[in-house]
Design a protein around this ligand. Structure first.
Ligand SMILES: CC(C)(COP(=O)(O)OP(=O)(O)OC[C@H]1O[C@@H](n2cnc3c(N)ncnc32)[C@H](O)[C@@H]1OP(=O)(O)O)[C@@H](O)C(=O)NCCC(=O)NCCS
Length: 133
C-alpha cells in the first residue's frame, strides 16, 4: 500500500534508490533529501512495508501568485499504478490558491499533464550540469 506524506519525518532510514533514472548526473540520496527539505512543498509516495520512497513531487513558490513544479518522478517498478497522477493531484490541491502553477517538460510528456487541466506554453532555460560539483 502506498501512502503520501509532505516531509521526510519518520523516513530517515527509507531508501531513495531508483530516482533520476537515465540522468547523466543522477542526484545522490543526500542531494535528493536536500531538495525535498528545501522545496516550498514536497509530497512523497511511500511504500512503508518496503521502507522505500517511491515517488517525489516538489514545488517552489512565493506562496502568493506563482508555484513552479521542477521535479516529479515515480521509480520504474512503481510506475503505471496511479502514483504519478496522485502526486500531481495532491500538489495541484496544495498550490490551488496560486494563480499560476507552471512546469516545463518534454513534448512527449504534455499528454500526461493535460489530464490535470494544464495547457501548453513556451519556456526558456539554462542548464549548468557540467559546472556542478
Ligand atoms: C511521468 C510519471 C511521473 C508518471 O507516473 P506514473 O505513476 O507511472 O503515472 P500514473 O500511473 O499515475 O498515470 C496516470 C495516467 O497518466 C497516463 N500517463 C502516464 N505516463 C504518461 C505519459 N508519459 N504520457 C501520457 N500519459 C501518461 C497513464 O496512462 C494514466 O492514465 P489513466 O489514468 O487514463 O490510466 C512517471 O512515468 C515517471 O516518473 N517518469 C520518469 C520521470 C519523468 O518523466 N518525470 C516527469 C518529468 S516532466
Amino acid at each position: 500500500m502506498i501512502s503520501y506524506t509532505e516531509s521526510l519525518r519518520g523516513l530517515k532510514h527509507y531508501s531513495l534508490d531508483g530516482f533520476c533514472e537515465g540522468w547523466k548526473q543522477p542526484l545522490t540520496a543526500l542531494q535528493l533529501r536536500t531538495i525535498i527539505k528545501n522545496s516550498t512543498y514536497t509530497i512523497l509516495a511511500v511504500d512503508k512495508a518496503q521502507k522505500k520512497i517511491v515517488g517525489i513531487i516538489t514545488a517552489l513558490s512565493d506562496k502568493l501568485h506563482w508555484a513552479f513544479i521542477p521535479y516529479l518522478e515515480v521509480i520504474a517498478e512503481y510506475q503505471k499504478q496511479g502514483i504519478g497522477k496522485r502526486l500531481m493531484e495532491l500538489m495541484l490541491e496544495k498550490t490551488k490558491d496560486m494563480a499560476c502553477t507552471d512546469l516545463t517538460c518534454d513534448r512527449e510528456m504534455q499528454a500526461f499533464y493535460r489530464q490535470f487541466g494544464m495547457t501548453e506554453s513556451y519556456g526558456m532555460m539554462i542548464r549548468r550540469y557540467e559546472n556542478r560539483k
